[in-house]
Design a protein around this ligand. Sequence first.
Ligand code: SF4
Length: 405
Amino acid sequence: MELLAPAGSLEKLKAAVLFGADAVYLAGKTYGLRAFSDNFDLEEMKEGIAFAHGHGAKAYVTVNIYARNQDLAGLPDYLKELAEVQADSVVVSDPGVFRLVRQTIPGMPVHISTQANTTNWQAAAFWQELGASRVVLARELAAGDILTIHQQLPQLELEVFVHGAMCMSYSGRCLISNYLTGRDANQGACAQPCRWNYRLVEEKRPGEYYPLLEDERGSYIFNSKDLCLLEQIPLLHQAGVCSLKVEGRMKSVHYVASVIKIYREALDAYAADPENWQIRREWLQELDRISHREYTTGFFLGDDPGSQDAKINLGDNTSGKNHDFLGLVLDYDWEQKRVLLEQRNRFQEGDLLEFVPPQGPSFTVNVAGMTDEEGNPVTAAPHPQQRLYLPFSSAVAPWTMIRRG
Ligand code: SF4
């Protein structure tokens, strides 16, 4: 099974590939969702796709807006550009965009986005008959539903979300964000107001807020947990899934690298010995260290009527701030035996740092003898993205993530 990673920027794309993704999905500046991820201009896309191909990975470009008439004019030229930069597929949801893809770049593989909400085999067959090679199934399906689609359409590639945020509507078919913030969920700009805390106000008593209490902890009716199907790798395989998709083009580079590394290890272990594969505690512990809401298997194992709040996050409405991520290794200076790193969150002399390389085990180091790029001793870096040297007796791979040990 393919491990498919989100690439919200060139940096995240490279990290995803180096930490083990078989493929990445990304968007251009205009016609893809996730309006607030950095997204790629054409030059970055060219570089990113070439980087992925150079490391044996594929790159799929999302063109999954529901286009309005005025969006159509520039699309054929944009699609031709995607073919020129050698995208491995385009991911669409709008039949009009699909039609334009077939007319403009007929040889380009087409994947149907989860935004198209494919929930049954007839719908999947519809897309296959039109020429789609892959369908990204709706998150709302259980393993048995997926298996039925696979059995009916064994040639069709099935991609399934396995990790990341869930939407309590069918993939953004919701207007709360548009209504409250003007940000359109179906243009990739959802502000996630479904997770905010709400109070009741009687119109003649402005300023008097009555709490809405589902239970003593508050009200969480819309606040979904995050999806995690790591433990379900065997069942995903048996259900005929060919691509495991990690959500999160707007998440941090640390998030992408860490999640992909864990899934890579788990998938490799499964491929090596599927009969005896077991979930390892360290994988789950590692996933717990990454910024997330409480995990759920979502709809994959079917509904559990005994647990009404199995998918609702009752703890809090945030995913936690990712202070754990401190920096990134840029290079290793063999002559002076020191690591060049870029700080992302503050750390200082004496702190214990954990280094997480793209491959192999993590290791910890105490900060001592740090200098700035000019060689001046520093005990802490004053600027968020400052570059620093740290003495290191052995080489450290570029892209190694640094976090609090
Ligand atoms: S507000 Fe919540 S339910 Fe609505 S589209 Fe955004 S994530 Fe989904």
